[in-house]
Design a protein around this ligand. Structure first.
Ligand SMILES: [Zn+2]
Ligand SMILES: [Zn+2]
Length: 271
């Protein structure tokens, strides 16, 4: 493989999340939702042997991000990285303990080398203690994953700025959420500062990022109840058109599939 970073969402959404980040020599998983069986199937589909993973990075302890972790870890013994508060949630959720030498604590704001990646965790406002996103650098290339964001903060934006490619949450459409079937308390939770990012806020963030040099965007973590791929896509396209930014000229946009691997996004030296 040539120098660069590849983002391959294995599956993404409120139903479960796992994203493969690959560099020339390193494969890292961000989150391990759904089930061990589904995760192995998805890795097989993109021709990655689970034993070849260098690490699993966890963003937070909600089940759509860790439900495969317990069984997967005991089967494949891959080192895990998470913030201290997230570790408490992971340990509370696991049915049987795994080998403690796999546990690594990641400190937001501090770079951690994993293979030929430099990984930087950054705090995200979400109703899970220790919640974070991740920025990856390898051989001069930069990419980031940011989901489960109640509100876009300057801290997050600073870490996304300058990335070549980003997977960003587009969780819900405001009309679908507020006219939908969820109970009021849940609607407030999702739209609140500890909830998720709506399509419109995702779109305005993407406009700003595109203007500051980011070229490649993947929308992820769509709600199954309160969003549709074409609705999220339209929100971004409209915001970009308003700013005269042209798809496939000024930027590329794809939507991560909910249940199956999405075409890899390659960010790197020309091949
Ligand atoms: Zn969450
Ligand atoms: Zn989530």
């Amino acid at each position: 493989m040539s120098k660069g970073i590849t983002i391959t969402p294995l599956y993404s959404g409120s139903s479960g999340n796992a994203i493969l980040m690959s560099s020339e020599q390193t494969h890292v998983l961000v989150d391990a939702g759904m089930s061990c069986k589904k995760l192995v199937e998805a890795l097989n589909a993109v021709r990655i042997n689970p034993f070849d993973l260098n690490a699993i990075l966890i963003t937070h302890d909600h089940s759509d991000h860790i439900s495969a972790l317990d069984v997967f870890t005991r089967k494949f013994n891959i080192p895990i990285y998470a913030t201290g508060a997230t570790w408490r949630g992971i340990h509370a959720a696991e049915k049987k303990p795994h080998s403690p030498h796999l546990d690594n604590e990641i400190i937001p704001g501090t770079k951690t080398p994993i293979g030929d990646f430099e990984v930087l965790a950054f705090d995200t406002p979400h109703d899970a203690q220790g919640s974070c996103g991740y920025r990856f650098e390898s051989e001069g290339h930069v990419a980031a994953i940011a989901t489960d964001i109640g509100v876009m903060t300057p801290v997050i934006f600073e870490q996304l700025r300058g990335c070549e490619g980003i997977l960003l949450e587009a969780n819900y459409d405001n009309d679908m959420l507020w006219n939908g079937a969820y109970p009021y308390y849940l609607k407030k939770r999702i739209a609140g500062e500890g909830g998720h990012l709506c399509n419109e806020d995702c779109a305005s963030t993407i406009v700003k990022l595109c203007k500051s040099g980011t070229k490649h965007f993947i929308l992820g973590h769509l709600s199954v109840e309160n969003n549709l791929p074409q609705v999220a896509e339209r929100a971004v396209l409209l915001a970009m058109e308003t700013e005269k930014l042209v798809r496939d000229v000024d930027y590329t946009l794809r939507i991560a599939n909910r249940y199956t691997p999405t075409a890899p996004l390659w960010l790197g030296d020309p091949q």
